[in-house]
Design a binder for this molecule. Sequence first.
Ligand SMILES: NC(=O)c1ccc[n+]([C@@H]2O[C@H](COP(=O)([O-])OP(=O)(O)OC[C@H]3O[C@@H](n4cnc5c(N)ncnc54)[C@H](OP(=O)(O)O)[C@@H]3O)[C@@H](O)[C@H]2O)c1
Length: 253
Amino acid sequence: MKIAVITGASSGMGREFVRQAGYFYRSLDEIWVIARRKERLESLRKECRVPLRIFDGDLLKKQVYRQYHSGLKEKKPDIRMLVNAAGFGKSGTFSEIASEDKKLQPDMIDLNCRALTRMIQLSLPRMSKGSRIINLASAAAFCPQNGFAVYAATKAYVLSLSRALSSELRSRGIIVTAVCPGPVDTEFFQVSGELTDPLKKLTMAKAPAVVHKALKDSRKRREVSVYGASMKAARIGARLLPHRLILRAEELL
Ligand SMILES: NC(=O)c1ccc[n+]([C@@H]2O[C@H](COP(=O)([O-])OP(=O)(O)OC[C@H]3O[C@@H](n4cnc5c(N)ncnc54)[C@H](OP(=O)(O)O)[C@@H]3O)[C@@H](O)[C@H]2O)c1
């Protein structure tokens, strides 16, 4: 049985990966979707040409991994694609976020880094030549960010891990792509806080286009997928300029 596994499938880019996966892979038997909001996952069935298997659960808790692991043991699927899209961010200074809720920053690290790592650990034994892993990093991975410090650090982890994995798994023919978009119009901002920066609002991308590019880049075996000219420029800027200067400039904005 050939499957795709997609976390964060109940909204935003994860949901869009579910919609597009059936067109990207013509021979998928099932898509396994993971998120907390079951009714959202159920409603996706109508939009998807491939049958869905739903794992509704919190990736910050153990139960959903147990269910996923049992599913793998029972069905012994051939995982053609794993998309790690579950994640959240919170804007504000480190101290502001910590005083709002002490759990937010550790939870952000646990979801964006630990959950993604655990999903790869569980899935890799069932992947083979031509399988692909797509990890949702962010343009925030390119350099440290004032007012988004923990989030940017978690995404730097995702980018770094993805690049190393891409190199380690090349000999097995498994493709790993880190997706690094700038702002994308999803529910992300309901959790992180609304965007106030007019420049970021101006460069807001649409989820279907970002996901389409990510799938195309993965097919081209690209390690990193960056959507849009402004984010490509930001990536080059972050490579050329000292990060100390970028942080100073952010302070002035
Ligand atoms: N939107 C942007 O501007 C942007 C830019 C760059 C990168 N990204 C990254 O792209 C990824 C997708 O974000 P998005 O924009 O599509 O945001 P989104 O619409 O808020 O989707 C986030 C997904 O993660 C799931 N999720 C959150 N907490 C979870 C938990 N504890 N357990 C299981 N699932 C959980 C949510 O489902 P439930 O709530 O149903 O659990 C939802 O399906 C994230 O990793 C984000 O950091 C986003």
